[in-house]
Structures are given as C-alpha cells and as structure tokens.
Ligand binder design. Structure first.
Ligand code: KG4
Ligand code: ZN
Length: 348
C-alpha cells in the first residue's frame, strides 16, 4: 500500500537506548527532518551504555532535539498531526523520557499518539529506502541490544520466529572489542581490525547449530567466552591490555567477525526456507557491517531472494524509521494516555 499524500506531518520520537532522536515525516513517507543526538562519547569510557547516564542525557537533549527537528522541517508544533514514540523494547529509564514527552505533546497539541515497537521500526527503515512495498518479508534485526528474526506479514503484523537466547550480536562485538583492547563501539573497530586479519586463523564456535528447538535462535555468549579464553586462558583473570601481537588482534577480530556473520547468515537462510519467504529486510546497527552485507548479498543473489538492507544512517537508532506510525495510524492502532513503557522484548 502506498500511503496517499495529503500533507499531514508525523513527529516521531526515539529514546530506547543511547540515541536521542526526533524526525518529521509526511504521510507520503517524505522525510522532512531527522535529528540524532548520539551519546557515544558519554558511554565510551565505560565501553557500554550506562542506563542511568543514558536516561539523564535524554532528559537534557530531547526537547532541543525535537525543536531542531521542527525547525529543520520549517514547521510549528501546531502543524504536527500525529505523534509517535518507541515504547518497547529498550532501557526503562530511556524509554520513559520519550514516552513522557510524547504523551505531553499529544495532550498539549490534542493530537493522536502511536506507540512503536522499536524492532518493527528497524525493519521499516528498509521500506523508507525501497521504492516499493517490502511486505511480506523476513526481517532480521541485528543491533547492540537485539538479534531477532521476524516473519513480517504486513507493516502492522510481525510474527517473531527467532532471536538470541543470550547476547545480541552487537553486544558481542562491543565486548570482544574491549577484550582485544579496541575502542568502543566495538562493531566498527572490530570490522576495521578484521580487514588486516585472517578469518581462518582461529576456529571459534557457532552457537545453537544443532538443537532442534533452537533452529532459528542465536547464541553469542559461548563465542565471546571462547575469545576470552583464547586471549587469557581459562581461569586466568582479564587484566590490562591483551597479551597479543597486533597481527593476533587482527586475526582474532577477523575470525570472531566471521563466526558472527556466518551464524547470522546461516539462521537467516534457514528462516527463509522455513517461512517460504523470498524477500529479506535487514536493519539495526550491525547491519552496517561490511562482511555481513556482502555475505547476505551473495546468498540473496544465489537464492534469488529480494534483499533490502537499511542504508547505514537508518541502520543505527534514528527516529525516521518511526514512519511506520503512518501504517499503524491507518490501521487504527492508536495509543492512549495510559501508555507505559515495556522495556523487555515481548515475542509477538
Ligand atoms: O541499532 P544500534 O544503533 O543500537 C541498538 O539499538 O542497539 O546498534 C548499535 C550496535 C553496537 O553494538 C555497534 O557495535 C554495532 O551496532 N555496530 C556494528 C557496526 N557498526 C555498528 N557491528 C558490526 N559492524 C559494524 N560495522
Ligand atoms: Zn535499535
């Protein structure tokens, strides 16, 4: 369905983790503005997102970010017709800031409110870059907090078919980067180091390759532990910089990245064959990974699967992907002022 252009404006708000974002999107999916205030510099020295710091930073940044989104779209608040906010999944304190602001705006402007599932929105990022409909499709979300597979029947009907049972893929990148003494966030620094390494130098385990009940699930914690033991040895404490040559760092990075990417690709191919879907949409921060993009492109070409990977700027957290709110609005899926946050992942 292509939504009719009637010139209405959506203000979408995103505060699920550590990016404070707002965007204005017209009902023909034209993006009028997108503002993302990253908190990367606040969390870098902890090599991971600190929830309390993230929530406080959202409080400080959200209103200026919304103002800037309106300014860039050349709109007054009264010209906003619909308000959307991501309410699940994410960090409780972070989600609360966005949801409170969205509810306040909905009351003040007397406008309808749509509550978004952040993971569904990550898939919808592909719709924004595609020139046509992307549903039905298999959706793969690979981010710092999530690794999930969805059978996406329509923009308002997502069926969870698999996901990680422990760490998310991005989290594994971030933790292994710390073990290797590489800077945060780990994804980009590992993939950079991997360019100079041999992906066959170390044979790291792939999680959940054989259990039947976990055919479409992922596990990355064993892989992370295998890297830790490779560097420090079982029973040895992790202390100071890793006792590795630069070539070993590169080889471990390449071998680790290879293991993660092969797990993601294998399970995705299995999900495609189990669901019978021939279209694949990929989103989330790890979808920016070059090797993953390349491997998915190769497999999609081999299997004549239509592949959409969100463009890098829409892979990491942003509010533009909140454009899915127009689809929910059209389907009558509105929230009321009782709306609360839902931090945990609910498998629908
Ligand atoms: O989607 P996102 O911005 O935030 C969450 O919702 O979690 O994803 C952030 C994650 C981080 O773990 C980061 O290390 C990872 O995406 N990432 C990458 C790459 N760029 C970012 N992982 C692998 N390769 C990359 N090039
Ligand atoms: Zn995300």
């Amino acid at each position: 369905m292509t939504l009719p252009a009637s010139g209405k404006h959506l203000l979408a708000i995103e505060t699920t983790c550590d990016e404070t974002a707002a965007a204005v999107i017209r009902d023909d999916l034209q993006v009028l503005s997108s503002v993302v205030a990253s908190q990367e510099e606040l969390h870098r020295r902890f090599a991971g997102v600190v929830p309390e710091i993230a929530a406080r930073a959202h409080v400080e940044r959200l209103l200026p970010v919304i103002d800037e989104a309106l300014r860039r779209a050349a709109l007054q608040p009264a010209q906003i017709d619909l308000i959307a906010v991501a309410r699940t999944p994410g960090l409780a304190g972070s989600l609360l800031v966005g949801v409170a602001a969205a509810k306040a705006l909905a009351v003040a402007l007397d406008r309808p409110l749509v509550a978004l599932n952040h993971l569904h929105a990550h898939i919808y990022a592909c719709r924004l870059a595609a020139t046509k409909e992307i549903f039905p499709c298999l959706g793969l979300i690979v981010s710092g907090g999530h690794t999930s597979l969805y059978h996406c029947h329509s923009p308002t009907n997502f069926e969870s078919v698999g996901g990680t049972i422990d760490d998310a893929a991005g989290e594994a990148f971030d933790k292994v980067a710390t073990l290797l003494g590489l800077p945060y966030p780990g994804g980009p620094s590992i993939s950079q180091a991997a360019e100079h390494g041999d992906p066959r130098a170390y044979r790291f385990p792939r999680g959940l390759t054989s259990q039947k009940q976990h055919r479409l699930n992922f596990s990355f914690s064993g892989l992370k532990t295998a890297v830790r033991y490779e560097i420090w040895g079982p029973g040895q404490p992790v202390a100071g910089p890793p006792p590795l040559t630069q070539q070993q760092v590169h080889d471990i990075a390449a071998s680790f990245q290879h293991a993660v990417v092969e797990s993601l690709v294998d399970k995705t191919l299995l999900a495609l064959s189990q669901t019978g879907l021939s279209r694949l949409c990929v989103g989330g921060g790890v979808a920016a990974n070059r090797l993953l993009r390349q491997r998915l492109q190769e497999e999609a070409a081999r299997l004549t699967v239509e592949l959409h990977i969100a463009p890098p700027a829409l892979c990491t957290d942003n509010a533009v992907m909140g454009a899915i709110a127009w689809e929910m609005f059209a389907a009558g899926q509105l929230a009321d002022l009782e709306l609360d946050v839902l931090p945990g992942l609910v498998r629908e």
